[in-house]
Every structure is written in structure tokens, then in C-alpha cells.
Design a protein around this ligand. Structure first.
Ligand SMILES: [Zn+2]
Length: 290
């Protein structure tokens, strides 16, 4: 089922006096949100006690959980020891995610470094095959899926095409399509509905049906320069985009059931609800037309 949620706690959560992520379950429920993405972006540290608190509160409130792996993972590093480190970080993110009841782990694949693009891609794919072997040898649960994210900076790996190649490696590798990142990397390309449709069609044609229909989505407006992403904005932005309306129309048209995480800068709860309302209005209009 389609879900709308937040990346981390918004300013309004803290302004209302809340402090802890386990409190976010009830808070999200009251705001009609369906999903919360927890960030291990700066490190995988969480006690069993905290993980259990989070698991129980989110289960009680019926709010789904995903989690974000550390930002410094790099599967295109030329040093095999650094690849071992990245694989260990992914495994420990999975371990904590299972403890806290998270069903999806989101990963930034790699950076290009000084290599040319094709060489970086081949090295990244080779190392992700290695990760897949390690996952097969571990008792890694296939209930949990790993979502590889499209990235916003020109020097990062993770174009739509590269993410499709990663998804072919393993059954539980899915795409995390970050439309703000795509728009930022490609200098504002998502300024018309046709470009959204081109991306959605490419995903439909190249991914297994289940991966297409249950893709993960990140959405926010993002400031960019000629090198791509500069910073996340809020839905107040009128300059950079992208707009959610054309995507909402395509999600309804293709009957996709994504988990959609809003990554606005501080207003992610409010902006996630704006997206949910836009989508529900499209469904209402569609049913009025029948
Ligand atoms: Zn991310």
C-alpha cells in the first residue's frame, strides 16, 4: 500500500516539546502520516533498549519504519579494505534495522572519485556483487529490502540507469528514486510532466514488476549548482523544484504503491501531508470521472 512519511523528526515535533524517536510513532499517527525513516547517516549506534522502544511504539501506532545507512558508505572505493568497511556498515545497519522493526534500508551507493564514470560503475557493481555474496552467506532476512538511492551530485554514483543495474544483482535490491536528487543532478530536468513519465517508463521497462510497483521514493525540493545538489529546501520554494503534482498523477496512473519519504528541510511532516493530500485529491478526481 502507498505510504507517506518523513525522514527524521521535523521542527514542529521538537517545537511541541518532543525529544525521542519512539515518541514520533504516536506523533506521526495523529498527523495521518504512515511512515518514518530513521537515519543512521552519521553512524550506526543504537542500544538494544532504544531499538526495542522504537519497535514497540511504531508497531502499536501501526506506522511503518525504514532506515537510512551511513552516508560515507562507498562501494566504488579502490581500496578493498575500505570496501570491507562499507560492507560491515551495511550489515550493522541491517542488524539494527531488524531490531527496531524497520523493513527497508536505504543506501547511497558510491562516489565516482577520480575514476572515469564507466570504471567507477564497474567497480561499484563488482563490489555490490561481493556484498550480495556476503548477504547470502549470512542469515540475512529477505523480509528486509535494501533500496539503492539515485543521487544528487554529479560526482556521486547513482543515476537512474546505474540504480537499475544495481537492482538486477539481487532479489531484495530495490530502487530508492529521489526525484529531488534527479532534478538537482540534471539541472532542473523535472520541470515538465513528460520528463517524469520518461523516468517512470524507464523503471517500468527495466525493473521486475514487484520492484517497480513497490519502489521507495524520496521527495523534496533541492537547490542546485552546476555540480548538482546544494541543499534541501521546503515546499515554500518556487525556484528550484521539482513539483510533486505530476508525479502524483503518474503514481495513480501506473498504480504504483511506493513508500514516499519527504526530506524537506525541517518541514518534512507538513510537506508530507501536502503530498498525501495532492495524491488523494487526484484519486477523488479520477473516481469522479468514472
Ligand atoms: Zn539518502
Amino acid at each position: 500500500m502507498i505510504k507517506f512519511g518523513v525522514a527524521g523528526n521535523s521542527n514542529s515535533f521538537y517545537d511541541e516539546g518532543y525529544k525521542h524517536t519512539y515518541q514520533a510513532a504516536d506523533w506521526c499517527k495523529k498527523r495521518n502520516l504512515d511512515l518514518f525513516e530513521y537515519s543512521f547517516g552519521h553512524g550506526v549506534n543504537m542500544s538494544l533498549e532504544t531499538a526495542t522502544l522504537i519497535k514497540n511504539s511504531f508497531q502499536d501506532s501501526n506506522i511503518s519504519l525504514s532506515s537510512h545507512a551511513p552516508y560515507y558508505i562507498n562501494m566504488a572505493n579502490e581500496d578493498p579494505l575500505m570496501i570491507d568497511k562499507s560492507i560491515k556498515l551495511i550489515l550493522s545497519t541491517i542488524e539494527k534495522s531488524l531490531l527496531m522493526g524497520s523493513k527497508r534500508v536505504i543506501i547511497h551507493p558510491a562516489s565516482q572519485g577520480k575514476m572515469d564514470r564507466k570504471r567507477a560503475e564497474l567497480l561499484m557493481l563488482d563490489n555490490i556483487h561481493r556484498l550480495s555474496d556476503v548477504l547470502s552467506e549470512s542469515n540475512f532476512s529477505n523480509d528486509l529490502i535494501l533500496c539503492w538511492e539515485t543521487m544528487g551530485k554529479v560526482g556521486q554514483m547513482g543515476t537512474v540507469e546505474e540504480i537499475i543495474e544495481i537492482c538486477k544483482i539481487r532479489d531484495n535490491f530495490y530502487p530508492c528514486i529521489d526525484f529531488g536528487h534527479i532534478n538537482a543532478r540534471e539541472q532542473g530536468i523535472l520541470n515538465n510532466p513528460q520528463m517524469y513519465n520518461t523516468i517512470i517508463q524507464k523503471l517500468q521497462e527495466n525493473l521486475k514488476k514487484d520492484k517497480f510497483l513497490n519502489m521507495h521514493i524520496h521527495f523534496s525540493k533541492i537547490q542546485f549548482s552546476n555540480k548538482g545538489e546544494v541543499k534541501h529546501l521546503t515546499f515554500q520554494d518556487e525556484l528550484y523544484g521539482p513539483k510533486f503534482e505530476p508525479l502524483a498523477g503518474l503514481i495513480a496512473k501506473y498504480n504504483i504503491q511506493p513508500w514516499i519519504v519527504c526530506e524537506s528541510d525541517g518541514t518534512q511532516a507538513e510537506d508530507a501531508i501536502i503530498m498525501k493530500n495532492i495524491f488523494e485529491n487526484i484519486l477523488k478526481e479520477d473516481s469522479n470521472c468514472l
